[in-house]
Ligand binder design. Sequence first.
Ligand code: FES
Length: 112
Amino acid sequence: MTDLKPLQVKIKRSHTGDKSEPHWQTYSVPRIRATRVLDAIEYIQDELDPNLGYRRHICHNLVCQSCTIKVNGHARLTCQAVILPDVSEIRLEPLSNYQLIRDLIVDYQTKV
Ligand code: FES
C-alpha cells in the first residue's frame, strides 16, 4: 500500500468577509495517512497547513455529526467516509446550507 501514489485532496478555501473569491487548494497526502476523509484532513492540518480551517472533533465515531462537509459534492461524515485505494483525488467543501465561517467551518446555528 505504501507504493500507491499520494491522494490528491482539493479543498475549497475561503474566508468570511474576504473580498477575494474562494479558491481550490490541492494537498498531497500519503495513502497510508488517508484511510478516511477525517484522517486526510487531520494529516493536512498537522503536517502541511495548520491554517486550514476545520474543527477538530473528539468523537471520531459517528456520535457528534459535526464533522459533516461536502465530499465530492455530497454531504458526508468525514469520520465515516472511507477513501478507497483506487480513488486518486477527492474534493472537499463546506456545507452550503449554513453560514460559512472559514474554509471548511460553518456556523451550524445559522442556515442560509
Ligand atoms: S467526528 Fe463526530 S460524527 Fe464524525
